[in-house]
Design a protein around this ligand. Sequence first.
Ligand code: GLA
Length: 693
Amino acid sequence: MTIRGLTFAASLALGVSTLALAAFASEPTVVPEPPPFPAQGKITFVPRDSILEFKKLTSYQEPAWVTQKYVKTGKLPPVAERLPEEPMVFKTGNMPDGIGVYGDTMRHVIGGRPEGWNYSAGQTQGWGGIDIAMSECLTRTAPLYQVEAKDMEPLPNLAKSWTWSKDGHKLTMNLVKGAKWSDGVPFTAEDVMFYWDDNVIDPNVTPLNGATRETFGEGTELKKVDDYTVEWTFKDAFPKQYLYAMAYGTFCPGPAHVLKPQHPKYSKNTYDQYRNAFPPEYMNMPVMGAWVPVEYRPDDIIVLRRNPYYWKVDEKGHQLPYIDELHYKLSTWADRDVQAIAGSGDFSNLEQPENFVESLKRAASETAPARLAFGPRIVGYNLRMNFSANGWGDPDARMQAVRELNRNEDFRKAITMALDRKKLGESLVKGPFTAIYPGGISSGSSYYDRQSTVYYPFDLEGAKALLAKAGLKDTDGDGIVNYPKTIMNGADVEIVLLFTSDYTTDKSLAEGIVGQMEKLGIRVVLNALDGVKRDATQAGGRFDWMIRRNDQELTAVVQNTFQLAPTGPQTSPHHRAGKDGKVDIMPYEKEMVDTVNAFIRSSDNDERAKLMKQYQKLATSHVDTVGLTEYPGALIINKRFSNVPPGAPIFMFNWAEDTVLRERLFVAADKQGDYELFKDQLPGKPGTKGLLN
Ligand code: GLA
């Protein structure tokens, strides 16, 4: 491939002198074309309003055993009384196999472990979509992957409709009226306000996915109008982008009636006690989601049963979900692939390339229990450098010295140029899967623009020259470059790389980086932590470098957008405020922040596309993050499930556990398995063990 002409154009566009750069290092180029890898399963794009509506139906239905065992005995009110005035109705036309039947289990396998059920105070439930099964949010974005571009706007959910004021500064949201938590307590504006006032706004609480006021715009206010109406006030006019922040995972309120009494504002608890008030052993946590946790056995399984108050139905009035039970086997992420392929699990996001070849081989057989379909190239990894030089995470002298290096653009360019990405990718899997990824927006994203993606090609000698320019030379001849005498007493440059040991891929990449950096003369020491500790270490700023799988801001772009740059004191994954509460932002980062904020403010599609090109150029030319590799992922689902939307990507606006709309999945009567552990039983009272008998 010839890239000379492009090289020159790219350098000009960047305002870099081609000659000056060529004197010591390769020129930046446009990123090489990724090897073609067609996504399987064609997506049929549909109008936004063809998926669901809110409507009163003439009659409702539920599983026969619920009526027999619970309603007829007076343990539960009739289904019509448990549903809202106007439940959410999924339209049959959008359901690939139509109206379903009740029963069976979806068997998930995960590598995470539950910290507890206080999602609002930042506890993880172990990922893999448990929290998605339990929590409902004001809006929903996962199904948008199939919505026509002209119609793009989050779908209603707990907020069934909304209207903007004339001047666009106020947004009135109508909550679904008469919906109830899984223990029968009404869901109201109180729940929404408790989440906002005492979790999002309270500086002592950080909800699981890090929502702060800034997530919804600086200075944004929210207030209750009545039990079923809340009103947002924004500084900007018509900031429609925030509707995406009201979806998973930044605006999914918890049950105020059980959380509030434990919150320090309303009790004698400390904030730690509040966070830990609902440990994994606490059963029957009230949820708005389709399933309720009823059983937990450490390192073994979490079982969830259908929520008898779930507020969504099909067009025939069947209360959803169709599936009665969910299993979450507590194992490893790699085992999730193995079990889904073997048929002892039902679902996996095949996202670790180390498992691709074996999985493909087994899925190809006629008798394979699961179907496997690859989607776009949207799983990406970046090496992120800690850019805070003003105290985030309380660095010691060594950490501080590394951060000064991280802030030096020549240093970052040296690191990126010393990475042989082809080799890194091939160490995960051979074949057309992995692509050279310099960083920035994912090539599978609709906002991706290849011509705006600047790539510093692999050039070890050039990288060494750049290190020397940054003042780093091997003065003691041990193969590792030293700081100048005035810094760290001229010690070897040693960098600690944080990553999670939960995934094989993160580990393979970390080990690859150690080897490649050694060739450059940088010593990288590994800090492998489980996912929960890794997240805490990152949030606390206690890292030099870290490896992170990309989140939605780099795939959907419209989701988690504020995380694309240090738009607020706590928004960037790798650059947060120091002790004075301020981010010591670098000039190009300021440009990124302005670009991202302009994107968030704009409703003009052409302008937004242009702004994201600008963002991509800034992010990749200044090496804001060091891209490592990117590749497609495949959705594996057992063949007995119906209503699996074709082409559902494992990750885009959200993970596939949300994208496939599990509440609509069903298993045909003649295909149902015998996996239920709590057949014909419903969740019990919050905090009690066992079920409702
Ligand atoms: C983990 C898994 C993903 C997905 C998400 C859902 O991150 O690696 O594949 O299941 O959980 O939250």
